[in-house]
Design a protein around this ligand. Structure first.
Ligand SMILES: C[S@@+](CC[C@H](N)C(=O)[O-])C[C@H]1O[C@@H](n2cnc3c(N)ncnc32)[C@H](O)[C@@H]1O
Length: 431
């Protein structure tokens, strides 16, 4: 096993707020301009990203990469600091939201005019709500859905792929949850059977969202002249559009193994827009483009354990991985659901290995990385994910690493399927 090297015997970065600021609920960003345009549960805290960049002394001409960009926290922070950034995101609607956030430089007046035209046209639309999927019909009052439908029809008739039209699309997408009567569980699972108390009226919510975006655009425009971020709607396992040895620093958080099925993250929004029709579509349109991190993914793809173990990208950890996944293959036989955790863990390591090889290709020598990461124990079988990532990073050509634990996970045993303690923390990598 790779041991820590001197650079990280003491973490080179001390961040007093860090332990509270990496929140899985995105709460720290709700008050921050542009970040707050869309609430993405998986996001990490913008202020923490800013601290890391400052500690690292990242200058305006450096390039910062987030290969799992999500809602674009890293790129929006870089924009505010006038640093160049690249974000890669494979979930199509998440990538679109992320791209729209980087349009903050759009002049405010044309944006406001476009929104006003949508509102005006919506008033003349005859709304038909019966064609919506049951998830959508069950999640809204009839009247609210009729208003949202008329806004959507108005937007669709006016949209021209201009920055202002994309920003108004984002505004409408962002008000779907606040105007829905359905509850939202952890990780943005929509719960049509749970009614919430506070439901915003759609027209008011839309106007407020437009006002909020206008004020944030003015705020950003007073700080920076233009966005220096580039969002690639693509796959972190093959970032061919990024030239070799461009990147100075990486701040990222990949999906954790067996924590959450990201394909489901914005099913509600995608269903409203007609991008997917129910569960069946989710795999083909979203999940199969993501790294494998859920058992649904590995079972749908019918992955073969021995093929996965033979892939070159897991070679550095193959012996230990083989033992763990074979144990999982045995343990699953004693569980009713027979979930495909064994192939999921092997595919997860294959995919993370590929991402690290790509990062080595695009990063300069001496680049710095910070990964927010958690370990995993499906069926109670422990998988030392953060150590495996560190070993894969070294095999890819990075030199040093240090894991800094932030918190325990899975320690409230009630309702838990196993009692193996888990943790979450920062994996600092350099070289
Ligand atoms: C933990 S979230 C990142 C959240 C982000 N830090 C933020 O602040 O919004 C991980 C993201 O990785 C994305 N993802 C999964 N597989 C990917 C792949 N192969 N390439 C790029 N992004 C991927 C998921 O869709 C998800 O949005």
């Amino acid at each position: 096993m790779q041991t820590q090297l001197t650079l990280f015997e003491k973490p080179s970065v001390t961040m007093p707020d860090l332990k509270v600021s990496r929140s899985g609920t995105f709460v720290d960003n709700i008050a921050l301009p542009v970040h707050r345009w869309f609430r993405y549960s998986a996001g990490f805290a913008a202020q923490w990203v800013e601290q890391v960049l400052q500690e690292w002394g990242i200058g305006h001409d450096s390039i910062v990469l987030d290969p799992f960009a999500g809602s674009g926290t890293v790129c929006v922070v870089c924009d505010a600091l006038r640093i160049k950034s690249i974000g890669v995101e494979a979930h199509p609607i998440v990538a679109r939201i992320c791209k729209a956030k980087l349009l903050w430089k759009t002049p405010v007046d044309p944006f406001a005019d476009f929104a006003a035209q949508v509102l005006k046209s919506a008033r003349t639309q005859k709304a038909r709500t019966s064609d919506y999927a049951s998830l959508i019909r069950r999640s809204f009052d009839e009247d609210s859905l009729a208003v949202l439908e008329s806004l959507k029809t108005a937007w669709s008739s006016l949209q021209d792929q201009s920055p202002e039209s994309e920003l108004v699309w984002l505004a409408l997408t962002a008000i779907l949850r606040p105007t829905s009567k359905a509850g939202t569980a952890q990780w943005q699972y929509i719960l049509p059977n749970k009614t919430k108390k506070k439901v915003a009226p759609p027209l008011l919510a839309f106007q407020q969202q437009i006002e909020l975006m206008k004020s944030d655009m003015r705020w950003m425009q007073s700080r920076a002249e233009q966005s220096r971020g580039q969002i690639i709607a693509g796959d972190a396992r093959s970032m061919a559009v990024i030239m070799p040895k461009q990147v100075d620093a990486v701040i990222t958080s990949p999906p954790y193994a067996n924590n959450y099925d990201y394909a489901d993250a914005l099913r509600f929004e995608m269903t409203f827009w007609g991008d997917v029709n129910g569960w069946g579509d989710i795999h083909d349109k979203v999940r199969k483009h993501l790294i494998v991190s859920s058992s649904q993914h590995s079972s749908r793809e019918r992955l073969k354990l021995e093929d996965l173990l033979e892939t070159e990208s897991v070679a550095p950890i193959r012996d230990e991985l083989r033992q763990v996944v074979h144990k999982l293959a045995i343990v699953r036989e004693s569980h009713g659901g027979k979930k495909h955790y064994h192939t999921m863990i092997a595919a997860y390591c294959r995919d993370i290995g590929l991402v690290l090889q790509e990062l080595r290709r695009v990063c300069k020598q001496g680049a710095r990385m910070c990964w927010v990461i958690g370990d995993s124990a499906p069926y109670g079988v422990y998988c030392p994910i953060e150590r495996w990532i560190a070993e894969l990073a070294v095999a890819a050509g990075f030199e040093q690493h240090h894991f800094e634990k932030l918190r325990d996970r899975n320690i409230k045993w009630k309702n838990r399927k196993h009692r193996v303690p888990l943790k979450e923390g920062l994996l600092w990598i350099e070289g």
